[in-house]
Each structure stands twice: as C-alpha cells, then as structure tokens.
Design a protein around this ligand. Structure first.
Ligand SMILES: [Zn+2]
Length: 373
C-alpha cells in the first residue's frame, strides 16, 4: 500500500493524499459486503478484493470531480507501483498463476460463478488443456445441417423434405401447411439461428424455416432469399459478419466458376454465400453451393468443412478433394451428394492429407468432442 500511497502523495501532497486514503478505506469497507461472492471461500477472492479496493478509490476520485480517464490513470499508476515492489520472480509466478489456462478458462469460471466452487482438475495434463463443450453436427439432404453446442441450436439450409423422410420413424405430418411438405423429424427443435446460403428451393424453403423458427430466432440469408422467406430476415453479403450469443457468423463467397466441375453454372458470384460459423472456439464452414474458389484458401483455421460433392450444380468429388486440401480442416463432412459416393472422396483426401472424412447417413450426428489448443 505504501507504494500506491506514494503515487497519491506525489500528485496531491501528503495531507490530501492521507485524507483520500482514509476516504477510500471507508468506501471499501462499505462496498465489500455488497460485492457478490465475497464472504465465500473461493479462488477468485484475490481478484474480487482488488476490484473492490480500486473501485473504492475510483469512487472517491470521482467525488473529487476527476474524469473516468484521470481516475483510471491514477489507479493504473498505483497498481503498477504495487506490482513493481514485488521481486521479478514473484511477479512471474503470480503472472503464471493468474493467466494460467485454469484461471482464464471461461467454462470453469462460469461454472464457478454459478456453483460457488471450482471444478476439480483431475490431472496436470488437463490443467494445460482448454476443455470445450462438444458440438453435434447432424446432416439432412441435400445441405441441411443442424449444429448444437451448449444449448445453442442452429440450422443451415433447412429446406426440402419431400423425398427424404418417407422412412424416418419419427416424422410428423406437415402436409396441411400452406406449402406441402412430407414431414419433419419431430426432434428437430426450434432454432436460435437459421442460416440460408442462397435462394434455390433445395436450400431455401419458407415452410421449413417457419416450422423451425421462434419469434426470437435470427434468420440470416442473402437478399435474394427475402422473396421466399419474407422480409423478417437479416440479410448478409460475402465478407459481412454477425454475432448472436456465443456464435459469430461470417458470410463468404459461394459460386460456380468457369473451370469448376459444375455443369450448370447457376450460382453467380455475389448472390449466394457460404458460412464460417465460429462457435465454442471452433470454426465450422458450410460451403453452400459452390465450386472450388480461390477465397477458400484464405479462411484461416477451419475445424469442420461441410462440402458439396454431387457435381452438376456444385463441385464434384475430385474438385471437393482439391478444396478440402486447400482449406485444410480437421474433418470434412460431405453434403449435396446426389449419387456421389463419399468413400471415393475419403480415398482422395485421406491418402494426401491428415483430413478425416466423415460421411453421415440421413439424420446421423457427428460429435465434435473436446479439442485441445
Ligand atoms: Zn443452388
């Protein structure tokens, strides 16, 4: 405390500094009982007490008509003076402890704040790992993906059901809806987020989106989808980013190229999108309908890439293999398949890279488990 007091003395002189410290102490005593979680035995106490202390000083300085910035600067100087009084080795140890993965791991902190006590680490190995919640990824044809992570439910391109669910045991009848569809598996809940890549009916279907949306569901789609989905959507263009709760969405380009393997060049640059979905520290890429495009090389780290392989409207298997190798994700899940055999894609990419191919059956879930960083 003597060091931080010297900051106040050098600024205000001894008498005023002493009275400021006296006031701050009284303020701190009044504040402490009102700060949540003080009074319980917990590992964050050191931070809570320090916060209370500097908050008390801030309130006193504010009473002296100092601006937020001026008060902040003084508090910073006081804090720096205190830290400088600790030998460098001590500072290193404190720094290591305070900024260790244990302390900065958000799930652990959240758990702690909820439960009032920290989760136990089972081993030293786990101390050095950031544990993340599993993410489940479910596929329906052609490019309909359900992502579920920590109570956030997200659909991409929930669309066209007519032919796919005839044999699905839990389907429910929606044929009385304005647009006849054959049924939806009943466990498809309503979503927090729905992303649509482009306006073609096998990706963009009003009746399905309406079935899956709640009043607070955010529906994100390119502008051309408004004709089918209505105006109550958030439009997006390639290069734009949006976030909702724990999810960040970035729209990227998706289009057919002259040299691409698609035979029907119906996807024009700028109209449709793909999505990079950042959730729970992982990035999932949904390509939409596209050929292999140069933009794919610049996505950065991708954990799971959902790639079309069917040809005709999109890339085919050999082009998807080129795309997969350029994107270099940990996992590829093929979609928009038509008759293409995903095992052939596995042959192409697994012999040339460490990328794992996960071909899903209709309604099957892939679980992306804890990944270390
Ligand atoms: Zn399309």
């Amino acid at each position: 405390m003597a060091r931080s007091k010297s900051v106040l003395i050098s600024r205000y002189g001894k008498g005023p500094a002493n009275s400021l410290i006296g006031e701050s102490r009284r303020e701190y005593e009044a504040l402490t009982p009102r700060i949540p979680y003080i009074g319980e035995k917990n590992r964050l106490l050191i931070f809570l007490l320090a916060t209370g202390r500097y908050l008390a000083i801030y309130r006193v300085l504010q009473g002296k008509n100092l601006t937020f910035e001026e008060a902040g600067r003084i508090i910073y100087q006081m804090n720096a003076a205190e830290l400088k009084s600790i030998p460098i080795l001590g500072r290193r140890i404190i720094g290591y402890l305070w900024f260790s993965s244990w302390f900065i791991q958000p799930s652990r902190l959240r758990h702690f704040l909820r439960e009032g006590k920290p989760q136990r680490c089972k081993s030293r190995r786990r101390l050095n790992m950031r544990r993340r919640m599993p993410i489940s990824i479910k596929w329906f044809p052609p490019s309909w993906i359900q992502i579920n992570a920590r109570n956030t439910l997200l659909f991409i391109d929930p669309a066209y059901l007519k032919t796919y669910f005839k044999d699905y045991p839990k389907r429910i009848e929606f044929s009385s809806w304005p647009d006849p569809i054959d049924g939806l598996p009943e466990e498809l809940e309503q979503a927090d987020l729905i992303l649509v890549t482009h306006h073609h009916k096998d990706h963009c279907k009003r009746v399905t989106v309406n079935r899956l949306r709640r009043p607070d569901t955010l529906v994100i789609a390119p502008k051309r989808c408004a004709k089918e989905l209505g105006e109550d959507i958030q439009t997006i263009k390639p290069g734009e980013r949006l976030s909702r709760a724990n999810v960040v969405i970035e729209a990227v380009h998706a289009y057919n190229t002259e040299q691409g393997r698609s035979t029907r060049k119906q996807h024009h640059k700028g109209e449709g999108v793909g999505y990079l979905i950042m959730i729970e520290g992982r990035t999932i890429y949904h390509a939409g309908d596209t050929d292999f495009i140069p933009e794919m090389r610049a996505f950065g780290q991708v954990d799971v890439a959902l790639l079309p392989i069917g040809g005709k409207f999109t890339m085919d298997i050999s082009e998807a293999a080129e795309a997969a190798i350029a994107i270099d994700p940990k996992v590829v899940i093929p979609m928009h398949r038509f008759e293409a055999d995903p095992r052939r894609l596995a042959d192409e990419i697994e012999t040339r890279s460490d990328i794992k191919l996960i071909p899903l059956d209709i309604g099957e879930t892939y679980c992306l488990k804890d990944v270390t960083v």
